[in-house]
Design a protein around this ligand. Structure first.
Ligand SMILES: *Cc1c(COP(=O)(O)O)cnc(C)c1O
Length: 380
């Protein structure tokens, strides 16, 4: 029985990558493994994704890309979020591609000159998200600077990319506008004489709902972990298998009278005599404190979290009596916080209960919880 454990099913990751690669084909797949692989472990997920046919890896920070290189991973890697303190020299030395929105170019070029080695860059256009990316009215100027440095052998412009804002809501027309602006920016780059290896725009929702956003490469994070980006569609409906499950066992079980308070603030009072189960998992383990009401599975049945979630523990209500001291007492039984949805709650359930998104639920599970890698195919 696990004390407290997150299991990562690498066979599920491979299945998801193969499934998405089929949908994206002929575009290639970049497996996005930033934030420690959305909490799943960047290196094991990267290896599994590459085995299953991903051609690229994507991360936010150069430091994350360096970790992958240090683990011996040689596939192309793109890092796209930098500050003036980012280690551009390490990126150039380790052959890590750099996303460039504007100011970074000066820094990258000066490191490339010092190292006498060209940097591989992907120029980012802001097609509407309003975060990183070059404003369209400065695009030609950025291309001009990039081409000049390319002529001097300091950089090689291999990609143009952008990021979608509302692809998880397929009915919204802003995605059409973003695709249109992206096509324009690519055309301007190609007319200026840039010889592109890859044009890329789509994230997971864009990949699944907009074939016209695939271009040469899709950058897929959430989907490779088996989670759905759409409010109205489950993982199973998309042919995806959630890779992460979070399990523990019941740490205490006792019967209490009606009117008994539960957890800090005594915000929950039992309305009848009932049995409470103590789960040794709290916000210190990364479950959201706001998720009161979320389901926990014990013996295949779901029970709600009652009262406030504390740093180390939370309480579920079995809404039954006479079980605490019986032969089949829940004490010590396995409790599933979330899993693949086959008889378990899901990360989506915890997202709904806490007013968040499944991305955050899996990414925030803290290092206090041990990760274990399982590989269902290898067990066959
Ligand atoms: C995180 C990220 C992605 C992946 O998004 P998903 O919705 O998880 O697929 C793709 N591109 C960029 C620039 C990102 O920051």
């Amino acid at each position: 029985m696990p004390e407290r454990r997150v299991d990562i099913d690498l066979a599920a990751v491979r299945h998801n990558v193969r499934h998405i690669a089929e949908i994206a084909s002929p575009a290639r797949v970049m497996a996005v493994v930033k934030a420690d692989g959305y909490g799943h472990g960047a290196v094991p997920v990267a290896r599994a994704a590459l085995e299953a046919g991903a051609a690229w890896l994507g991360v936010a920070h150069i430091s994350e890309a360096v970790e992958l290189r240090e683990a011996g991973i040689e596939a192309p890697i793109l890092a796209w979020l930098h500050t003036e303190s980012s280690d551009f020299a390490a990126a150039i030395e380790l052959g890590i591609d750099l996303g460039i929105s504007g100011w970074e170019l000066t820094h990258v070029v000066s490191e490339a000159r010092r190292l006498e080695r060209p940097a591989r860059v992907h120029l980012k256009i802001d097609t509407g998200l309003g975060r990183n990316g070059c404003p369209p009215d400065q695009w030609e100027a950025l291309l001009g600077r990039a081409l000049e440095n390319q002529e001097h052998g300091l950089i090689r412009v291999v990609g143009v990319f952008s990021h979608l804002a509302v692809a998880d809501e397929p009915d919204r027309d802003e995605t059409d506008h973003q695709i249109e602006r992206f096509r324009d920016a690519v055309a301007v780059a190609e007319d200026a004489g840039v010889d592109l290896e890859v044009r890329h725009l789509a994230n997971t929702p864009g990949t699944l709902s907009r074939p016209d956003a695939h271009f040469d490469l899709v950058r897929v994070g959430l989907g490779i972990y088996g989670l759905s980006p759409f409010g109205g569609q489950s993982s199973a409906e998309l042919g995806l298998r959630p890779a992460m499950s979070f399990r523990t066992s019941i740490a205490n079980c006792k019967e209490v009278p009606a009117g008994h308070g539960v957890s800090y603030g005594l915000s929950y009072l039992t309305d009848k005599r009932t049995t409470l189960g103590l789960i040794p998992v709290g916000y210190g383990d990364g479950v959201p404190r706001a998720a009161t009401g979320a389901p926990v599975a014990v013996g295949g049945r779901f029970y709600p979290v009652v009262g406030r979630i504390a740093m180390d523990q939370l309480v579920i209500d079995f809404e039954e009596t006479g079980i605490a001291d019986s032969a089949d007492s829940p004490l010590g039984q396995e409790a599933v916080i979330f899993g693949d949805g086959n008889g378990t709650p899901t990360a989506d359930d915890w997202a709904r209960a806490s007013g968040s998104i499944n991305y955050e639920i899996v990414t925030r599970i803290s290092p206090r919880v041990a990760r274990r890698y399982i590989d269902a195919e290898a067990d066959l």
